[in-house]
Design a protein around this ligand. Structure first.
Ligand SMILES: *Cc1c(COP(=O)(O)O)cnc(C)c1O
Length: 388
């Protein structure tokens, strides 16, 4: 494909990083199932020597993802956690990290239970409040970690404002862009230094692959990420890369439907008598709506809502759906539903959970691309079956 920058997002989704095979004309990037590569002379290879270090299927995916995030460099990992671990590999003992408090549970776990062992310290703040971010910075703060929209309350962080705070303190700003995807939000354009992805979610898009990626415009950072790919070894295999490459081709059309369905469901739930509150940044009533409207192209496929119901009734509700599948994870074409209090956020003590606004009746949905009327009908029958 000619110069990437000439093309719009939808075109780059399909083509960026990929050219038909010169020898055979094969359109799709092959699954290069190789561990090693022939060398022309000792130490003289044709760009590939060993597949942990580099693999042609992975190269195409890395170029595709970099293009979609408007970044220069992409690196893929065997999971989203593998990519997050690689960002943390940049730190030294004694460094300090400021992070959003409302972040993916696995991110919190690697921060608190792995990296504190190496004397890295973490401070969690409400990152919707730029003053709170500023106040948390101190001597030795090297990294600001953000997620937006957050999980499960869909809070919105002003990425541009937060990145400015980090840069005023000579720290890096990393954004986990898994929920929004580059189709809706491009953190590098908003000033972030690093974008992290769980490819497992919308970018793969079909609940059939686990992967991660880091994208940056900084050559030195990219080289360090490459060094950690090779040294730590959390790299994806070619089959995984192939599946994600296939996924990103349809990202724009899938996301349009995810957003359309989520918007309609959010409005329907907002008017529903059994629902206390809906968390969806596309609703005018959402506290982050204006910032989201400014930094996102649409509001995504994730929403949460509070049933006017007990823990047991809400548990019964998510167990009674027929189209929505009761499962953790998100971002696949099929709709998923879960109860944070007993599932994704169960490890947080009940009191802390309440304080963070995660009520017993809270339900989180990853809205899929099915017909929205079937999704409404399904939620209605599940509520009828569960709420007294
Ligand atoms: C799933 C997820 C991760 C972790 O990714 P894996 O691919 O499961 O390792 C990180 N951040 C967010 C926001 C996620 O949803």
């Amino acid at each position: 494909m000619p110069e990437d920058d000439d093309f719009r997002f939808e075109t780059r989704s399909v083509h960026a990083g990929q050219d038909p095979d010169e020898e055979t004309g094969a359109l799709m990037t092959p699954i290069h199932a190789n561990s090693t590569y022939e060398q022309d002379a000792p130490g003289e290879h044709r760009g590939y020597e060993y597949s942990r270090t580099g693999n042609p299927t992975r190269t195409d995916l890395e170029a595709n993802l970099a293009s979609l995030e408007n970044g220069e460099y992409g690196r893929c990992f065997s999971s989203g956690m593998g990519s997050i671990n690689t960002v943390l590999n940049l730190l030294d003992a004694g460094d300090h990290v400021v992070s959003g408090e409302d972040i993916y549970g696995g991110t919190r776990r690697i921060f608190d239970r792995v990296y504190t062992q190496y004397d890295v310290e973490f401070t969690y703040v409400d990152t919707t409040d730029l003053d709170a971010i500023e106040d948390a910075f101190r001597e030795g703060t090297e990294l600001l970690w953000l997620e937006t929209p957050t999980n499960p309350l869909m809070s919105i962080v002003d990425v541009e404002g937060a990145a400015d705070v980090a840069h005023d303190h000579d720290a890096l700003c990393a954004v986990d862009n898994t929920f929004a995807t580059p189709y809706l939000q491009r953190p590098l354009d908003l000033g972030a230094d690093i974008v992290s992805h769980s490819l497992t979610k919308y970018l793969g898009g079909h609940s059939d692959v686990v992967g991660g990626a880091l994208i940056t415009n900084d050559e030195e950072l990219d080289e360090r990420f490459g060094f950690y790919q090779n040294s730590v070894g959390a790299t994806p295999g070619p089959h995984e890369c192939f599946l994600v490459l296939r996924g990103t081709k349809t990202l724009p059309v899938r996301m349009d439907r995810h957003c359309e369905n989520a918007r309609e469901l959010a409005q329907w739930l907002d008017d529903h008598e059994d629902v206390d509150r809906v968390y969806y940044p596309g609703l005018d009533s959402h506290p982050g709506h204006d910032i989201a409207a400014g930094q996102m192209d649409d509001f995504g496929g994730m929403l949460s809502f509070e049933l006017e119901a007990s823990l047991e009734e809400a548990a019964e509700c998510v167990s009674s759906t027929e189209v929505f599948t009761l499962a953790e994870s998100l971002g696949g074409v099929e709709s998923l539903i879960e109860q944070p209090a007993t599932m994704t956020h169960a490890s947080i003590p009940a009191e802390e959970r309440e304080a963070a606004g995660l009520s017993d009746g809270l339900i989180r949905a990853s809205v899929g691309i099915e017909h929205v009327d079937d999704l409404k009908t399904d939620l209605q029958q599940a509520m009828d079956a569960s709420i007294e």
